[in-house]
Design a protein. Structure first.
Length: 414
């Protein structure tokens, strides 16, 4: 059992493991503590879209630019976790003409490659699309597998000296002389509580960041938001289908092995551990997705799962100099913000932009600890890309697979 480290990272989702990898590559010692298995939170219960950014190009061009930049990086460093399906934004006869043109132009303005396709062309290649399809444009969307991606980050952190502790729940934050100096961790198997001291603590507990912050008397207003995904039997789906209209529920359908995964909704919940899961949410997914792909209405539903987004409810998105980092995620320097040095919180964002979030936190923590090594995660391939055995042998260690991956287990393990 480790007693001290440079950086103690709370939460073993994609953000926590991504930060551990980044800091280890810079030469800092890290420990990740995760209360369940790796990817137990939003990471293992998400939709699986490697965003091209097209979805955000009109309303949030900054997020869109971040997405396309990270999309290109992940296709390179983590190509083994990505299915190159491509994606389309599909306009139906009933949809607003001007939204299509606005979206297409906004993509170009954000540096996202688009290719216009006529109704005849797209229906020839993808005959399951509705006969009401009017036109479409192609974007570099893809499908990403969150579990091997999280494990690959954890394994690389470990290969560089990091420690990954699962079934290890933070039950208190240690504060001495006004500064955070570590945490108390309850280990499920040993059923005992241990203290881990650290030069810096990173709170990467997603939707649970508020309750973890409260352990250090820090207020972190979160607005956790649940979303449902419905999995239906649909072997012919071979690309990502986005309904081209202002973002709403059930607009995106992803291919996942022999199934289609329809998502999603966004409904605020009070408690990320205990929230209602209603039939109407599942019915709505089928209804909306069958507008672009009519046969979904009669396809066999295999199952549904829900995840909770770690959305930040505050407005103080700051770095040391007080400037907004991005509207997409929040990095909270608790020394600056709460007069509680020694701890940083990172919340929000998307799986697509996890590496960039990890880089921002790692830059910040490195500067706090006087380390000047640059970030290397944008160019160093993740374990498993060049040698599948590097990852295959470790997946079971962190399993069983979370809901977002169950159907792709053959792909992941073969
Ligand atoms: C419905 C839905 C669909 C989504 N679809 C997409 C998509 O298609 N594409 C995309 O890019 N992004 C998507 N996202 C967003 C993406 O999933 C999240 O932004 C990302 O996974 C957040 O990762 P995280 O590590 O910050 O949080 P999490 O994955 O939630 O990790 C936080 C971890 O902290 C742990 N924890 C909590 N309390 C403690 C404690 N006391 N001690 C120790 N550990 C603790 C939790 O168990 C959890 O594992 C979606 C999210 C949702 C909910």
């Amino acid at each position: 059992m480790v007693e001290e480290t440079d950086v103690l990272i709370l939460g073993g989702g994609i953000t926590g493991t991504g930060i551990a990898r980044d800091l280890e590559l810079r030469g800092l010692d890290t420990v990740v503590v995760e209360r369940g298995r790796l990817a137990d939170g939003a990471t293992g219960n998400m939709h699986g879209l490697l965003h091209s950014g097209a979805r955000y190009a009109v309303a949030d061009p900054e997020s869109a630019r971040n997405c396309i930049e990270e999309n290109r990086i992940l296709r390179d460093i983590a190509s083994h976790c990505v299915d190159e399906t491509g994606g389309y934004f599909v306009q139906l006869a009933e949809d607003d003409e001007s939204h299509f043109e606005r979206s297409r132009q906004a993509c170009l303005d954000c540096g996202i490659d688009v290719e216009s396709v006529s109704a005849e062309e797209i229906r020839e290649d993808h005959p399951y699309l509705a006969s009401e399809t009017k036109r479409a444009f192609r974007v570099p969307d893809a499908v990403i597998h969150p579990f091997p991606l999280t494990v690959a980050n954890a394994v690389d952190a470990r290969d560089h000296g990091g420690i990954i502790e699962t079934h290890a729940e933070v039950v208190d934050i240690l504060v001495e002389g006004g500064a955070v100096v570590g945490a108390e961790v309850r280990y499920r198997e040993e059923s005992k509580i241990e203290t881990i001291r650290a030069r810096h603590v990173v709170n990467a507990t997603g939707a649970w960041a508020e309750s973890v912050g409260a352990m250090a008397n820090i207020e972190i207003p979160m607005r956790p938001s649940k979303g449902v995904m419905v999995v239906v039997d649909f072997p012919s789906l071979d690309t990502v289908v986005n309904h081209c209209r202002p973002a709403t529920d059930g607009d995106i359908v992803l291919p996942h092995e022999n199934t289609a995964i329809i998502g999603t909704t966004s409904v605020e919940v009070e408690n990320p551990d205990d929230y209602p899961k209603a039939q109407w949410e599942e019915d709505l997914m089928i209804e909306e997705a069958s507008r672009t792909i009519p046969d979904i209405a009669t396809a066999r539903t295999i199952r549904s799962y829900w995840g909770v987004r770690p959305l930040f409810g505050g407005t103080d998105v700051t770095l040391e100099d007080g400037r907004a980092l991005t509207r997409d995620f929040a990095l909270l320097d608790h020394g600056e913000r709460d007069d509680r040095p020694g701890m940083t919180t990172i919340v929000g964002g998307k799986l697509t932009t996890y590496r960039q979030m990890a880089e921002a936190v790692s830059d910040h923590v490195s500067s706090e600890l006087g380390v000047s090594e640059p970030c290397r995660t944008a160019t160093e391939p993740l374990p498993g890309r060049d040698d599948p055995d590097e990852l295959r042998n470790t997946l079971d260690e962190f399993g069983p697979l979370p809901p977002a991956e169950e159907l792709a287990s053959d792909v992941i393990r073969d």
